[in-house]
Design a protein around this ligand. Structure first.
Ligand SMILES: [Fe+2]
Length: 186
């Protein structure tokens, strides 16, 4: 890599890998979530994540990667091949999977899922913020706009998870409440 544009390409590939891994991991988190609003938020984020992956596919040709080049040649294929996945996201997902395998009351499980999802969001917020700023520096307004759009979505998802945790889930987890016995209090 010789310049900032190369570094941006490199970072975009890792973000792409991150989105792919998140798309794969979210269904298990949705299945384990108990609070219907948490389940809904994660389902919504799965759809949004698929759009974010598609957005990165729009970025590829702008950065000089053929839109239909698939996995044949080019820096994207090189880094997205075997062993090139984002290990940061892989670690966070693995950590979440380990937590979800522990026997927990339903409210504690929800709190744990939110914690795991927010670590993933923060990782993405950091990655997209950096890449967006590189694109701005390079005068690549279209790329910067696409990345900024995703960055806003990641912030929104993070805020929604915070509000679910603070307003409700953490309180139920504090007393070990069972989602199924909460009645109509919510
Ligand atoms: Fe994302």
């Amino acid at each position: 890599m010789n310049d900032l544009r190369d570094l941006l390409r490199y970072d975009i590939q890792h973000l792409y890998s991150a989105e792919e891994q998140i798309i794969e991991a979210l269904p298990a988190m949705i299945a384990k979530a108990n609070d219907p609003r948490l389940k809904q938020a994660l389902e919504q984020h799965l759809r949004v994540t698929e759009q974010q992956r598609d957005r990165l596919n729009q970025v590829k040709p702008i950065l000089g990667e053929g839109a239909n080049s698939g996995n044949k040649g080019g820096i994207f294929s090189g880094l997205l091949g075997a062993g090139s996945k984002s290990k940061g996201i892989a670690g966070l997902i693995e950590e979440g999977q380990k937590a979800m395998a522990v026997d927990m009351s339903s409210a504690v499980m929800d709190a744990a899922i939110i914690g795991c999802a927010q670590k993933i969001e923060h990782y993405e917020i950091s990655g997209y913020g950096t890449a967006r700023t590189y694109a701005e520096q390079l005068g690549m307004t279209d790329v910067a706009q696409l990345l900024q759009q995703t960055l806003i979505e990641e912030h929104d998802a993070d805020d929604l998870l915070t509000s679910l945790a603070v307003r409700d889930v953490n309180q139920r987890a504090e007393v070990g409440a069972d989602m199924n016995s909460r009645g109509g209090a919510l």
